[in-house]
Write a protein that binds this ligand. Structure first.
Ligand code: HEC
Length: 459
């Protein structure tokens, strides 16, 4: 049934065979080296010939293994830090293999040939084993893939899965009560409560937190010496680390929120709307706001199978659930060297109702039926060749809140369609055929919507 598979499936299959294929060069080349030394030791010419034959076969096996390795690496998911040495070791192996063959055939008669040939074989054997070892750590020692679990990266990834929260609209929320307290409760409460005060510390109420533990109360005036923050920022391997290794760690977002609370000198009852929000915090809060959308509380939708997500990722779509435990998906297109989709993949159709955030900006897409994505709340089509005809099936998306159409072919003919999108909060129309007076017309129909026309935007 191979003929029914397309290239990306085939390459995936070949890539999947890498862990199997790599055993051939390891076995064959090791045997070649053993036979060569055996032929010298026992003075058996036949063994030498067999060694040469094994070097040829080993070379073919190395190339096959290398090719499958290349394909599997294209699927992503491996850290470059680990992948690069493995790849170069594999390439060196092929080069040494050719060198050995050339020395044994072309330069066989030369007096110096053997002096180089034998050390080459020894190095070849070493490189075979080393390449295998690097490959092994790459697949099995996969701890390095879980950096975000340690909370140690300083880069903020607002797309990381954030547990669905009961946070009221963020601007109404209280920093301590609604944000800090629940985090401490979930991640620290099992060891730091009034009954079980590990380290003398009870983290259950504001005043008990301020009382501190064995090392004394929290000092509001020396933030930089915050014992609380220091413990959270200790490396995972440290004995001082909180929560201790093996316990449920804070996500980067949660850590960032606690950092902010500490930097603000541990305020107790202040609402976010009265605070100055740093950029990173604003990003996070927008994200939480997004997660509060009523659409996302639909619990009838089944979860998408992980294998479906994996196959979509292979097609170049960045697909993630919007929050832990949610059936809803966020989909982006990840660019692969100028390759962009010009239509919506068939594979997305079965999960159409799951997709709530869809980013196709900058792709070659021209026409698509978006009405199937009935739960979409955010759609980004900026910098595409999308034209007016697409708008009529966008018009039925009643949950849509964010629509980005900047730098597209949209014109005054299409704009009428948008007037039905009464839940729209933001629409971006700059660098399109829409004139300011047409935007004004839309504004009258959608008074709650922020319409952005770029430089000519009068508001
Ligand atoms: C599995 C149990 C456990 C969890 C969960 C835990 N801790 Fe601890 N914590 C301890 C123990 C045990 C100590 C005392 C030993 C030490 O000082 O390392 C301690 C000590 C501390 C101290 C030092 C108190 C002082 O004054 O010396 C701080 C601060 C702290 N934890 C904060 C936290 C925070 C914040 C969390 C949640 C993010 C947390 N811990 C989660 C067990 C835990």
């Amino acid at each position: 049934m191979i003929f029914l598979l397309n290239w990306s499936d085939i390459s995936f299959l070949i890539g999947r065979m890498h862990p199997l294929l790599v055993h051939f060069p390891i076995g064959i080349l090791s045997l070649a080296v053993i036979m060569e030394f055996g032929s010298i030791f026992f003075n058996k010419k036949e063994l030498g010939k067999a060694a040469l034959f094994s070097l040829y076969v080993g070379f073919v096996a190395t190339i096959l293994a290398g090719f499958s390795g290349y394909l599997i690496s294209q699927g992503g998911g491996y850290s470059d830090e680990m992948l690069t040495p493995h790849r170069w070791a594999g390439i060196s192996l092929a080069v040494l293999n050719i060198l050995a063959i050339v020395l044994k055939t072309v330069f066989r008669e030369k007096s110096w040939s053997l002096k180089i040939y034998l050390p080459t074989l020894v190095i070849l054997l070493g490189v075979v084993l080393y390449t295998g070892h690097l490959g092994g750590t790459l697949t099995h020692g996969s701890d390095f893939l879980n950096v975000s679990q340690t909370g140690q990266t300083n880069q903020l990834n607002v797309n990381e899965n954030f547990p669905l929260s009961d946070l009221p609209r963020p601007e109404e929320a209280y920093l301590f009560n609604d944000i800090v307290q629940p985090i401490l409760h979930n991640h620290c409460g099992s060891c730091h409560n009034p009954q079980k005060r590990k380290g003398g510390l009870d983290l259950s109420t504001f005043s008990s937190i301020m009382d501190g533990g064995d090392s004394g109360p929290l000092d509001v005036n020396s933030i930089s010496e915050s014992e609380l923050l220091r413990r959270l920022e200790e490396p995972l391997s440290s004995d001082d680390r909180m929560p201790p290794k093996g316990k449920l760690q804070l996500s980067n977002i949660q850590l960032e929120l606690i950092r902010w609370w500490v930097a603000e000198k541990y305020p107790e009852d202040i609402q976010l709307k009265f605070m100055n929000l740093p950029n990173n915090i604003e990003l996070i809060l927008n994200r939480i706001d997004d997660l509060n959308h009523p659409v996302y509380s639909n619990d009838k939708l089944p979860h998408v199978d992980e294998t479906v997500l994996t196959s979509l990722r292979r097609k170049g779509y960045g697909v993630n659930v919007i929050a832990d435990g949610s059936p809803f998906l966020e989909v982006r297109f990840k660019f692969k060297k100028g390759e962009t989709p010009d239509e919506i993949a068939e594979e997305l159709k079965p999960v159409a109702r799951h997709i709530v955030w869809f980013d196709l900006s900058g792709t070659a897409i021209k026409e698509a039926d978006f009405s199937q994505f009935e739960n979409l709340t955010r759609l980004n089509l900026s910098q595409t060749n999308i034209g007016d005809s697409v708008l009529k099936n966008i018009a039925s998306l009643q949950n849509l809140e964010y629509l980005n159409l900047h730098s597209t072919q949209i014109s005054s003919e299409g704009i009428q369609q948008l007037a039905t999108l009464s839940n729209l909060k933001n629409i971006y129309l700059w660098n399109t055929g829409i004139l300011p007076e047409e935007a004004d017309w839309l504004k009258k129909r959608l008074p709650e919507t922020e319409i952005s026309l770029g430089v000519t935007d009068g508001s």
